[in-house]
Ligand binder design. Structure first.
Ligand code: AMP
Ligand code: ZN
Length: 469
């Protein structure tokens, strides 16, 4: 099996990825907070995580991937201040929190489908797992890692030797960007302590609340991911993914509470995708004004063009969104599809010669997921001294990772040209029928075409046709 070399945020170096159990990978992904549409920055992260999962499968691993859906507890500041984002969404749209969650969860998966992002094996909304959160928090209280103060339950970061193991932050750095009007939570023993369970919160109108040993309340955001991950993947995780903003405090807190709870190291490898920025800076849902996949579609860019735009840059580099670059990507994508579409299926597979390209593709993936290099290998195949059948086969294999619809488009084109040939044949028959004044037959042909989704119109220049709307 090809060894994947991946950058690990935990060790701050690129290293061979080795799961705990040979051949099997347990992978966890932080899911979306479903209070608004995903913006194309969020989708960059999910595209690159999808490529990671598919690369691991491509090189031969069996992967089990879990993702949560954050539908409670993520406050408008990633620390414990502000309002629950879900409640903000519900207020904005005059709907209930669950209606908002359902709507934006569906919208997220619709975007994923358009982008060929595979749905993880297990998707778990946080509101499904309240008993698991309570059990884990109770254990943390019992073993002395959590305390109650002012009604809330807090994780005591003072009990840890190395709270900053992941983010390598200095305490002073934490103060950067803290707004002066953010109230210090006087209940915390240490500035970095975080809420596991909110009861006495200042948000009296919090819509979703559950009974707990500490009173009616709701879970903090960080505990969701730890508990959902441990519930489905057990107490040793191979790889945990997210956007770079998740490193602190979210993933730092996940490590703190998971390792305190389990009593040993939890996750070996941390994979983070750098942000997509617009010209004014980081794209963010809370800013309200952000780019969505539908907006790109309405401007004539197919989701595949956006996927290719993401694949052409490395996941560990910030990516600036820019319409000029997107236009170039669109032109390149269309040209690429035209080439793959023209490949014929005939010919014996040239297995021996194909091997070189398979190796080059795996090498690109194994080099810390060098996706732009992997796309280059597709171009190399098109230029290679191989017959069409071999090229098609290789491109099909590579597209299982790249997800650019290269062959599906080609197949669709074939279907389209078949349809066009059929329509032309029928129009010729209809012309003959009309010449013979057999209007019943001419009308029957019109109906037959309509039943196949084709509308025809007689004009002075002749009969024209289009796909019926
Ligand atoms: P959220 O729905 O806000 O919980 O975020 C979903 C995912 O998108 C998380 O993994 C974030 O780290 C990631 N993310 C947020 N903003 C960006 C951005 N501008 N570019 C790339 N990923 C992002
Ligand atoms: Zn998470």
């Amino acid at each position: 099996m090809v060894t994947m070399n991946l950058y690990n945020t935990l060790t701050r170096q690129t290293e061979p990825f080795e799961p705990n159990e040979p051949g099997r990978v347990k992978m966890y992904t932080c899911g979306p907070t479903v209070y608004h549409f995903a913006h194309i920055g969020n989708l960059r992260t999910y595209i690159m995580e999808d490529v990671l999962e598919k690369s691991l499968r491509y090189v031969g691993y069996h992967v089990t991937r879990v993702m949560n859906i954050t539908d409670v507890g993520h406050l408008s500041s990633d620390a414990d201040s502000g309002e629950d984002k879900m409640l903000l969404g519900a207020k904005r749209e005059h709907k209930s929190v669950m209606e908002i969650a359902e709507f934006y969860k569906d919208a997220f998966f619709a975007d994923c489908e358009k982008l060929n992002i595979k749905t993880p094996d297990i998707v778990e909304p946080a509101t499904n797992c309240i008993p698991e959160f309570i059990r884990m928090i109770k254990e943390l209280v019992d073993i002395g890692y959590a305390y109650t103060a002012g009604g809330n339950v807090y994780f005591d970061t003072g009990k840890l030797e190395d709270y900053y193991v992941l983010s390598n932050q200095k305490e002073e750095d934490l103060m950067v960007g803290v707004r002066e009007d953010v109230e210090e939570d006087q209940n915390k023993k240490n500035k970095t302590d975080f809420v596991l369970w909110f009861t006495k919160s200042k948000f009296e109108d919090q819509e979703l609340k559950w009974d707990s040993p500490w009173g009616m309340g709701y879970p903090g955001w960080h505990i969701e991911c730890s508990a959902i991950c441990i519930k489905h993947l057990g107490d040793r995780l191979d790889i945990h993914c997210g956007g770079i903003d998740n490193v602190f405090p979210h993933h730092t807190n996940e490590i703190a509470q998971s390792e305190a709870f389990l009593g040993h190291k939890w996750c070996n490898h941390w994979f983070h995708v750098l942000h997509l920025n617009d010209t004014s800076g980081k794209m963010s849902k809370s800013k309200g004004d952000f780019l969505t996949l539908s907006l790109l579609e309405s401007k004539g860019y197919s989701p595949m063009v956006y996927r290719m735009f993401c694949l052409q840059s490395h996941y560990r580099k910030p990516l600036e969104f820019n319409y000029d670059v997107l236009d170039n990507t669109k032109a390149a994508y269309e040209k690429l599809v035209k080439k793959t579409s023209s490949l014929q299926e005939s010919g014996e597979l040239q297995q021996e010669e194909m091997q070189e390209y398979r190796e080059a593709f795996s090498r690109a993936l194994a080099a810390d997921l060098n996706t732009s290099q992997a796309v280059t290998v597709v171009y190399d195949v098109l230029k290679a001294e191989l017959n069409d059948a071999s090229k098609r086969k290789l491109i099909g294999e590579f597209d299982a990772v790249l997800g650019l619809d290269l062959l599906r488009k080609a197949e669709k084109k074939e279907a389209d040209s078949e349809l066009a040939a059929f329509v032309e044949k029928k129009l010729a028959e209809r012309k003959e029928a009309k010449k013979a004044k057999d209007f019943a037959k001419a009308d029957a042909i019109r109906d037959e075409l309509l039943a196949k989704g084709v509308a025809i119109k007689d004009t002075r220049e002749g009969t024209v046709w289009e796909l019926a709307k």
